[in-house]
Design a protein around this ligand. Sequence first.
Ligand code: ADP
Length: 327
Amino acid sequence: MKNKVTKIGVLSSGGDSPGMNAAIRAVVRTALYNGIEVCAIMKGYTGMVEDDIVPMDSRSVANIIQRGGTILKTSRCLEFFEPEGRKKAYENLKKHGINGLVIIGGDGSFRGAQIFSNEYDIPCIGLPGTIDKDIAGTDFTIGFDTAVNTAVEAIDKIRDTAEAHDRLFIIEVMGRDAGYIALHSGISTGAENILIPERKTVIEDIITQLAEKERRQKLVNIIVVAEGDEFGGAEEVAKVVRERLPLMEIRVCILGHIQRGGSPSCMDRVLASRMGYHAVECLVEGRHNVFVGIVNNKMNYTPLNEAVKKKQRISDEWMKIVKILAS
Ligand code: ADP
């Protein structure tokens, strides 16, 4: 029989993503509803190691559902990689009487949680908070929808300029290891080409296509590049295209951190609220050391140790759609 969870800590860790606040709110209020006390662990695992832990009540999460970022702050904590750091973290949790954790973060944060829960008897529940949507076991992650909509809004604006001047715009979006922001924002803005880390980029094919479109006088050309594309970012792609097609007017735009911030979309708020609720339900029901995902609009629970190993794959069909629709 597993010990009953009576007091939980909630933290956000790794890269922030819009909707983390909505998740924190859901965790706090669901826990309180179940008679479980809640503490905020500040700055990710750093707060655990340095004992930056404060009690929360229902009012602590008032007026945050619409805010981007995370009221708990976040960090990358080097000490947590070391057994001594994790021991300190455990001792601090014990001191506060915390016997359950909800960790909102990406796969790195889940890896930390998995190692910690193997070493110490503190059940951990993960919530996937990352704009990259690069965690297997969930169709969506908290923050992806907002980030991709921010990218779409920006690309639509760039398209107006691209059209006014007959220019090729090469736009770099976030995604060091995953091309989902590029793929979704590219498809929904009618990009000619989308370059992502999951697929090999054949620059010759892109040059051939652009040259052919130049002949046909296709006016607006947009290429969306994920920052982690193996060929390099947007600047690298532009350099080669300039060399090969010197008459083409080319501009590069790197969207950068605007994609991380801002008020979360309705979809992210709802997702975060559902996931936060289910994280606490997991702790109550004794379903431990899993992360909460959403698959086919149903909650899905993946053991933390599996979540950290897998990456999603992007099927050929997606790329076919890009090609056909941009012709
Ligand atoms: P994300 O969660 O966004 O993927 P990171 O990969 O930076 O972000 O991980 C966030 C934090 O999780 C790290 O700074 C570290 O404190 C903790 N962490 C990640 N991997 C491990 C690991 N192998 N062992 C212990 N802690 C880890």
